[in-house]
Write a protein that binds this ligand. Structure first.
Ligand SMILES: C[S@@+](CC[C@H](N)C(=O)[O-])C[C@H]1O[C@@H](n2cnc3c(N)ncnc32)[C@H](O)[C@@H]1O
Length: 122
């Protein structure tokens, strides 16, 4: 495994510099919900710019709302799993660009985000 120290807001140039392509998945425990919306968007845009078509962006979060601005990024996603044994309980969100190979966005979410969640998350 190769560890790269860098800012996720510059993911594409970091990957290019290391010659890493294609990207088949992003697994993130970045504290996205604590970040400004513009930073969430920038990180999401960098990730989806690097991911190959249909590849998942997987995010762990402790919050109830989407850690990525789905509408602005043009992605779909939902809660794939909840880890209630974690303190605090955690959720796993999976996002994908729609219209790409890989099937249903986020695989087969057990939990479809509520209307309230969708409105809050954009
Ligand atoms: C909740 S910790 C997760 C640590 C580790 N990935 C794990 O799962 O145990 C969040 C990490 O995100 C890092 N982080 C925050 N903003 C970042 C950014 N823009 N680019 C890269 N890492 C960032 C922090 O330094 C911190 O180490």
């Amino acid at each position: 495994m190769r560890v790269i120290l860098g800012d996720a807001m510059h993911l594409q140039s970091l990957l290019k510099r290391e010659g890493i392509a294609p990207v088949k998945a992003v697994v993130s425990s970045l504290p996205l919900l604590s970040m400004k919306k513009a930073v969430q968007y920038r990180i999401g845009a960098q990730a989806f710019g690097a991911l190959e078509p249909g590849a998942p962006f997987i995010q762990f979060t402790y919050g109830l709302f989407s850690p990525l601005p789905r509408r602005r990024l043009g992605v779909q996603g939902g809660v794939q799993d909840r880890v209630l044994q974690n303190l605090p309980p955690a959720s796993v969100w999976i996002y994908r660009k729609p219209g790409q190979p890989g099937g249903q966005p986020g695989g087969t979410p057990r939990h479809q985000p509520s209307h309230h969640e969708l409105r809050r998350a954009g």
